[in-house]
Design a protein. Structure first.
Length: 206
């Protein structure tokens, strides 16, 4: 059993062929369980970790969080000024998942969160400090720090990492901005975006 553990970028999504379902077709001898929950931070995910992941007795666990952790809810009244989960705590939570997966005799695989890009709707919601509205990548700078933390945890804990950020950057170098093809709403991958993830993960899971 392989469990994919994450937020809405992992969870099933209407009209989108998500990477877990693509992997089921590519690796038909493997059983998969999609444990993605929209809106989840790593803090929320710790609460459900035993029931949603370890209870399935996985052989491998793919872990991808960060977009919700890094979000600063400037649209609230009063507006938030800090990320939902502080960067040090985010790293602690990732290390907890890694340790517990290993304790259960399974192999963890970390993934960086996919990039986020400005859309008109996202500018309406998040278009104020600390986000840099005038900068093309101004919605992504906080999330990129959390992606760096994933790489740090992977390196220090000796965990395989699939760098989704690097995949998107390479794609954008050839095709231009990831919206609308990979990120139609600026945040959630399209089927094509999920295919990039499935291509990379398939090599790690065999």
């Amino acid at each position: 059993m392989i469990v994919t553990f994450g937020d809405s970028t992992t969870a099933s999504r209407e009209g989108v062929w998500v990477y877990t379902d693509q992997l089921r077709e590519r690796l038909p001898r493997e059983a998969f369980h999609n444990a993605g929950v929209p809106g989840n931070t790593t803090e929320m995910a710790r609460v459900r970790f035993e029931a949603d992941v370890l209870a399935h007795r996985p052989r491998k666990v793919v872990i991808q969080f960060g977009i919700n952790d890094s979000a600063v809810d400037v649209w609230k009244a009063p507006p938030a000024t800090e990320p939902r989960v502080a960067l040090p705590r985010y790293g602690e939570n990732l290390r907890h998942f890694v340790a517990e997966v290993r304790r259960a005799g399974a192999e963890p695989v970390l993934m960086t969160p996919n990039p986020v890009r400005w859309t008109e709707k996202l500018r309406e919601l998040y278009g104020k400090p600390p986000y840099e509205v005038a900068a093309p990548l101004g919605f992504d700078f906080l999330r990129s720090r959390y992606a760096c933390e994933v790489r740090t945890v992977a390196r220090e804990e000796g965990v395989p990492v699939v760098d989704i950020c690097a995949l998107y950057t390479a794609w954008e170098a050839v095709h231009g901005n990831a919206c609308p093809r990979l990120l139609p709403d600026g945040m959630h991958p399209s089927t094509e975006g999920h295919t990039l993830v499935a291509d990379a993960l398939a090599l790690r899971l065999v």
